[in-house]
Ligand binder design. Structure first.
Ligand SMILES: Nc1ncnc2c1ncn2[C@@H]1O[C@H](COP(=O)(O)OP(=O)(O)OP(=O)(O)O)[C@@H](O)[C@H]1O
Length: 261
């Protein structure tokens, strides 16, 4: 990574976009101190992260890895989700109850007795997410959270991300799913060749054709539809709801006054 100045603010959902090898995972792995920069610095809740203070970053920043096998270690799913809490000294009964609640929030309560190793890729991802949420971090980092999920589970994870954000947790995620980024992000950061090449609101980024082209990205379906339907360009719809509202507004029959007039 080269010239990266990256900040995550309280409560926001940041989507990191970029082609293969752009540096998304590398940037994300700095956020909880898995990697430490050769030059420059990382601060988590104001505290500088070094090899010695890495545990602070680990506690504040929960990381859901792209490869779920990296984080599933215990003999059963329930044990796995309890693992972090037990490490922090939470008594077993309390930890078990909190782990069950966390599994329920990601629709994975039915998996609690299963062996993590034999879960499907999508199930592993949900269990990994539960294992992070149960620790109540201030930031949740998700590397490719929808990879391997079916449409219903993808919707569930997207809903969870919105719920996490409403609870006051910041979310940083990387994704190749531009429509997903358009639907959840408050801010979009674009990476190419190890650099942060652009950032802004979804409106700013997804209507910046030059930026998208430089980073080898396509605009979300909603933006491409809005452009081909030639809807009011100044409104820049990004989410499905915004586009539908704009289109149904445009399709509203003229008022009686206008007809009479
Ligand atoms: N430990 C490492 N040592 C050397 N190079 C590495 C290391 N980890 C990653 N890289 C390289 O850094 C570049 C960025 O990798 P990274 O995994 O961050 O990309 P990414 O944007 O997450 O890509 P993808 O979308 O394909 O997952 C790649 O060229 C990769 O080969």
């Amino acid at each position: 990574m080269h010239d990266v100045d990256f900040e995550v603010r309280p409560n926001e959902v940041v989507a990191l976009l970029g082609g293969n090898g752009a540096g998304k995972s590398t940037l994300l792995e700095h956020l909880n101190g898995t990697l430490t920069p050769d030059a420059g610095e990382l601060r988590v809740t104001g505290r500088k992260v070094t090899a010695e203070t890495r545990s602070h970053a680990r506690k504040e920043v929960g990381f859901v890895f792209q490869d779920p096998d990296t984080q599933l270690v215990a003999p059963t799913v329930l044990d796995d989700v309890m693992f972090g809490l037990r490490n922090y000294g939470v008594p077993a009964d309390d930890a078990r109850e909190r782990a069950r609640e966390a599994l329920a929030t990601v629709d994975a309560a039915h998996l609690e007795e299963r062996v993590p190793h034999y879960l499907s890729g999508g199930e592993k991802r949900l269990v990994g997410l539960a294992g992070v949420l149960v620790l109540e971090p201030s930031v949740v980092v998700l590397d490719e959270p929808l990879a391997g999920l079916d449409p219903e589970r993808s919707r569930l994870v997207a809903d969870r991300i919105e719920a996490i954000s409403r609870e006051g947790i910041s979310v940083v995620l990387s994704t190749h799913d531009i429509d997903f980024a358009a639907s959840v992000a408050d801010r979009v950061c674009v990476m190419a060749d190890g650099n942060l090449v652009g950032e802004g609101t979804p409106q700013e980024v997804f209507y910046d054709e030059g930026l998208l082209e430089r980073a080898n990205l396509h605009a979300p379906t909603t933006v491409r539809l809005a452009k081909s339907l030639d809807v009011d360009g100044s409104r820049r719809p990004v989410t499905e709801t915004e586009l539908v509202e704009l289109l149904s507004g445009a399709a509203t029959p003229p008022s009686k006054t206008q007809v009479d007039g």
